[in-house]
Design a protein around this ligand. Sequence first.
Ligand code: ZN
Ligand code: ZN
Length: 398
Amino acid sequence: MGYLILPTMMKGNYAPSAPLANPDVRTTARSYYELLKVPSTASMEEIRMAWKKEVALLLSDGIGDMDKLEVINVAYETLADPQTRIDYDAEGETSLNFDSKLAISRDLFHEGLRPLSGPRQRPRRTRDIIHPISVTLEDLYKGKFATFSITRNIICKQCNGEGGINRDINICTTCGGEGATGAFREGRKLHSVCVACSGEGVLTSFRDECPICRGKKVVPVPTTMRARIEKGMEHGQRLALIGEGDQAPGADIGDVVILLQQETHPRFKRTGNNLHTKVEVDLLTALVGGKISVDHLNARVLSFALGGGEVTKKDGILKVIHNQGMPVYRKPGEFGDLYINFSITFPDRVEGRSVQLLRDALGPTHSMVEEDAFVEEVSLAEPEKGQGEEEGPDCNHQ
Ligand SMILES: [Zn+2]
Ligand SMILES: [Zn+2]
């Protein structure tokens, strides 16, 4: 797959928890190719060289714009992986509608959220839009672009966010248009800002409510957005699309905060960077060994040899395959481990010639009866459905 290791000079600064210098990084580049200054036909090697050059350039000033670095790394990681590059090329053009803002999905998981519409924020900022999106474990393994739709408030174009049309402007009667009111105190005239007109001197009113927003100053608009799910991201992680949230007159625009919700996977469980799976081995393979294969999350099939007698218990022999777990978030080339719990499936029945062959191969059987015991011959039967089941959680017969 050609995973890439970051040059060591970057590693120190690359921890996700590192404070980022400029939270509202913007770039004028309109694609990852433009960002790396390569044509869209560039070869892997050209992309790699361009990335190294951009990183070196960024770090050469001694300060290093970590946000820019992050975006450049995201661009590189996307284009350096043939599969994500194909995905990007297929979908990437549509992302140019993003007001030239590229991949500014900021990692909030490791930074903590800034307070949502906290009190006394200046200037006022609209509430973040929290948007949960459902992702598969495959998505988190491979990374992808997630497209989703939200409805956000946009300042009404009809009334420019004023809520009314047909404006009336009148001189403020409280201050007579001066914007200030005076009062005599201790023989001196003191001026204070007119409360009625906020010092404007005029009062603006509208004869009619805006027919588009009906006086609300904003209109809800369905908007399609895209966010990049990076390899190794996890359930509960939040990423922000900075300044893509609700608009409101006189307020900064809040963010759209994406909350990743991982669907339960039928075959894999994840803990941290490790994966856990179960493999059922038939009795013969357990006894004599054989080739086992496990389908991974990105269409690869892992194949390995299982030695005879390695799986000796019916349930629960745990083995590990190193570096076949989840990709480590923002550490290209690093992976967790894959734990495999082997269990044995017994054949439904053994008949005919096989019985004698097994006897010859595995015998003799152990007699469980002591020699001088009083023996009564009985027979086994199938119980009636639902009959004879053990009750209560504490029942633990051998
Ligand atoms: Zn006034
Ligand atoms: Zn309006």
